[in-house]
Design a protein around this ligand. Structure first.
Ligand code: APR
Ligand code: PHB
Length: 392
């Protein structure tokens, strides 16, 4: 067994672990990041691509803002289509704020590069990670790599290992409470190297199901369709995808649609999930390890960023001035913002999708909710301020 020591052991090299690692490294705090997958595997995952200003600011603070500023697309609003008519929600006019369209894959790539340039340790293909002694001042993380066993002794463990990670499972069941909603549909997404059909994202509520026209850049589009949970990617050849998308779009949008061969296609189920508390002893849960939102509203990565903001500041205060206040407040501060984003993502999902076997009442309420939204500046402001991101 090879033994090492660090101040903060970070499990997971998704956006949460990489961003936390970078902010701590810049503050002179020692970290080791353990990632069970290879670098290429992590970079191959396609996820959402809308950044709130808070996340943008944090990436800049981490020294990873240059390419994002250059290549990211500033969006001042979105459109919502209902009964064949598009309605614009003008974020800039309603809140003075905008969002930045920049793919999570690019965020991950920038953060990985920054860590490599800094020469800070990151171990890919670190297998069988296990965490122990979290209720002591000397937590330990063990893992294996190339058939060699390693042990890291640390002050704190940051569990940034996503929904299926080991960190949340390390917390005793009787100390944890979980909340969950599973939605009766999924999103089928494709990525295509074609000009997006519009300058802004279009969220579509259609009798055949939800659709979303999104993008990664001025030359790369991302489209989604609501699909059934029993469907598989192989059920959806490109032609069928384009036909179905065409049925859900208004005629103007359809005219602008540029089809092409998909370069990625996947199905994701939709889920809301929260685990409490986000701290047990000296283990802190961050990002998807503690909470999942359905993708409607693109809050997943942004919520990971606000957790990282709270935890990085708390750790910097702990090492800088020996103040424990930030660490003690972390679970409650993070969760307060998490639940607001959970509410918003649930609400966006609720108003935009078609639910199997809805009652007539449910359908009328959904239509009333949308008509109210389109007619009320107050309702639009509520959507806009959540979409651009609540403060932290
Ligand atoms: N040991 C080491 N690494 C692990 C382990 C483990 N036992 N389990 C999981 N991991 C790694 C995963 O391989 C993944 O790279 O932890 C990482 C977790 O990354 P994400 O799932 O991306 O979670 P997070 O960083 O919190 O990102 C939150 O980004 O990925 C999206 O949908 C997610 O939008 C959300 C946001
Ligand atoms: C995406 O581009 O992948 C995306 C954008 C907005 C969402 C969800 C996903 O609400």
């Amino acid at each position: 067994m090879k033994k090492t020591r660090t101040q903060v052991a970070i499990i997971g090299a998704g956006p949460s672990g990489l961003l936390l690692g970078q902010l701590l490294h810049r503050a002179g705090i020692d970290t080791i990041i353990l990632e069970q997958r290879s670098k290429d595997y992590v970079l191959g995952r396609i996820r959402a691509g809308v950044l709130e200003q808070g996340a943008v600011a944090l990436l800049e603070e981490a020294g990873c803002g240059a390419r994002m500023r250059q290549e990211g697309l500033v969006h001042e609003g979105i459109e919502i289509a209902f009964r064949g008519v598009r309605h614009r929600i003008d974020f800039k006019a309603l809140t003075g704020k905008t969002v930045l369209v920049y793919g999570q894959t690019e965020v991950t790539r920038d953060l990985m590069e920054a860590r490599e340039t800094a020469g800070a340790p990151i171990v890919y293909e670190a297998l069988n990670a296990s965490i122990s002694d979290i209720e002591t001042n000397r937590p330990r993380v063990r893992y294996s790599k190339d058939d060699v066993e390693y042990e890291i002794e640390c002050d704190y463990v940051a569990g940034c290992d996503g929904f299926h990670g080991v960190s949340r499972q390390t917390i005793p069941e009787d100390a944890m409470r979980t909340y969950e909603r599973v939605y009766p549909f999924g999103w089928l997404g494709i990525l295509v190297d074609k000009t997006p059909l519009s300058d802004e994202l279009i969220y579509v509520n259609h009798p055949r199901g939800f659709a979303l026209c999104s993008m990664r850049s001025a030359t790369r589009s991302r489209y989604y369709l609501q699909c059934r949970l029993d469907e598989e990617v192989s059920d959806w050849p490109d032609e069928k995808f384009w036909d179905e998308l065409g049925r859900r779009l208004d005629s103007e949008a359809l005219k602008q649609l540029q089809k092409g061969p998909s370069i990625e296609k996947s199905i994701a189920p939709l889920r809301s999930f929260v685990a409490e508390p986000m701290r047990f002893g000296n283990l802190f849960l961050v990002g998807d390890a503690a909470h999942i939102v359905p993708p409607t509203g693109a809050k997943g990565l942004n919520l990971a960023a606000s957790d990282v903001a709270y935890l990085s500041r708390a750790l910097i205060a702990r090492y800088g001035s020996n103040s424990m206040a930030g660490l003690d407040a972390y679970p409650q501060r993070a969760l307060a913002r998490v639940w607001k984003a959970e509410r918003f993502s649930w609400w966006m999902t609720q108003i935009l999708h078609r639910f199997p076997e809805p009652s007539g009442f449910d359908e009328q309420i959904q239509a009333a909710e949308l008509e109210y939204l389109f007619s009320s500046k107050a309702a639009q402001t509520a959507l806009a301020e959540n979409y651009v991101g609540l403060p932290y």
